[in-house]
Design a protein around this ligand. Structure first.
Ligand SMILES: [Fe+2]
Length: 211
């Protein structure tokens, strides 16, 4: 079987001025394409005759029990896991950063208010959780046991492997922001959290997640 490069759900300039067109183009045509190429060059993938969902490949390659407990996350090291999980994470990321601030509302707003008291408090805690991550990885807004949990994950780790349902994510690999913000991860995070989070996508994930 062969995976196709997932379509970018917006024009490369759509997130400007918070994320530049050139960053999105390199991120999509360079990094995501490389992950897909790596999956397709994997001998196990080449040996599969029928189509298999990417999520299934991630689970098959995760090499651990799917326990309903994400603490503490164990590092994943297989090449197929890293590339398939990174492909999944990036598709989720494109959807997570293509929103508008005035779309904040619905069930996600209720959950955030009950957990943090205010949107501003949530933003501060979300930012802190992202800044805590050392090295490359992801920042996640998740639902775990009916409650909002903020998670940062190393490398390609995905919260649903540990029983937490992703609602939004932000890419914290340096390639996501270095062209625009250099080493100022805090400025990238603040710009994305304040201006681009896709609350409609978060509400959709609350309603329809199959994970
Ligand atoms: Fe990335």
């Amino acid at each position: 079987m062969k995976f196709l490069l997932p379509q970018l759900p917006f024009k490369p300039s759509a997130i400007e001025p918070y994320i530049s067109r050139s960053t999105i183009e390199v991120h999509y045509n360079g990094h995501l394409k490389k992950y897909i190429d790596n999956i397709n060059s994997n001998d196990f993938i080449k040996s599969i005759k029928e189509d298999v969902e990417l999520e299934r490949i991630i689970m098959l390659s995760s090499e651990k029990d799917l326990i309903n407990n994400f603490i503490p996350p164990l590092p994943q090291t297989s090449e197929l896991f890293n590339n398939s999980a990174q492909a999944w994470n990036h598709v989720f990321y494109w959807n997570s950063i293509s929103g508008k601030t005035d779309e904040f509302g619905g069930e996600i707003a209720s959950l955030i208010f009950s957990r943090f008291g205010s949107l501003d408090k949530f933003k501060k805690e979300f930012m802190n959780k992202g800044m805590e991550l050392f090295g490359n990885g992801w920042l996640w807004l998740t639902l775990y046991n009916g409650r909002i949990e903020l998670i940062n994950s190393q490398n390609a780790e995905i919260p649903w492997l540990y029983g937490a349902r992703p609602l939004l994510t932000i890419d914290l690999w340096e390639h996501a922001y270095y062209l625009d913000y250099k080493n100022n991860k805090d400025k990238y995070l603040k710009a994305v959290i304040d201006n681009t989070l896709n609350w409609r996508f978060a509400n959709k994930n609350l309603r329809f997640s199959e994970l």
